[in-house]
Design a protein around this ligand. Structure first.
Ligand SMILES: Cc1cc2nc3c(=O)[nH]c(=O)nc-3n(C[C@H](O)[C@H](O)[C@H](O)COP(=O)(O)O)c2cc1C
Length: 212
């Protein structure tokens, strides 16, 4: 049975395009795979903590050497990593905030990119000292942006620290099968926004034509 982890990160509620699109995705998902299960995490309403000094000390100490206090410092991180690893498919709604991702999502990423759990470090291996530990997963990321032009050919290509960053950081831990859908032009509204929403909806529908 497939398990989907659905994460929303927009600070907006009903006006959020990324939330609306991930909801549409999940509804279609449930229609297509009625026996699958879904875990929902809302990082705007229930933010996860930022890493702090005690977290760093604990996360970079070998499990066998960790004190009870250290385990306590990474308790939330452990739970988030368990949740991540127990899912087969990820669906994430991500607005572009100042050319990158909401800080709530960055805080989450810092909690789940974990030495010994989602990546390993083998300094003697000169070619690939960092190795991903997450395998066989699939990710769908639905972004929402006020403008457009963030593609490699676009006028704002140099400003885009959103999808290239997500591809890099999730690729680092082994999630390389990532499918992006973008809702753009929220700030322009009108026909430009409507066209982008229609395209994103068509892309979601298309996923389920070929998905097994
Ligand atoms: C704090 C903040 C920063 C933003 N920065 C950008 C940006 O750098 N580039 C952009 O195209 N849109 C930017 N926007 C617009 C949002 O990306 C856009 O409104 C998007 O639809 C928000 O996602 P949501 O509809 O899911 O809430 C920003 C919005 C906010 C609130």
């Amino acid at each position: 049975m497939t398990h989907l982890l659905h994460i929303d990160t927009s600070a907006r509620s009903e006006r959020s395009h990324s939330r609306r699109m991930t909801r549409e995705f999940v509804n279609t998902w449930k229609e297509n795979f009625p026996t699958s299960t879904v875990t929902y995490r809302d990082l705007a309403r229930n933010p996860v903590p930022h890493v702090d000094e005690s977290w760093i000390e604990a996360a970079f100490t070998s499990p066998q050497d960790r004190t009870a206090k250290m385990w306590e410092s990474i308790q939330i991180s452990e739970r988030l990593v368990d949740e991540l690893l127990s899912a087969d498919i990820y669906l994430i709604g991500v607005p572009m905030y100042n050319f990158s991702v909401p800080s709530t999502f960055k805080a989450y990423i810092d909690q789940i990119v974990r030495l010994g759990r989602t990546f390993s470090f083998e300094p003697e291996d000169q070619k690939t000292p960092y190795k991903p530990l997450v395998h066989g997963k699939k990710m769908f990321i639905i972004t929402a942006r006020g403008a457009s032009g963030y593609t490699p050919e676009g006028i704002y290509k140099a400003y885009n620290y959103q999808d290239p960053y997500l591809q890099t950081v999730f690729g680092f831990i082994g999630i390389t099968d990532i499918n992006f859908i973008h809702v753009e032009n929220d700030e322009f509204g009108g026909e430009r926004l409507a066209q982008s929403i229609a395209k994103a909806k068509a892309q979601i529908a298309e996923i389920f034509v070929t998905y097994e």
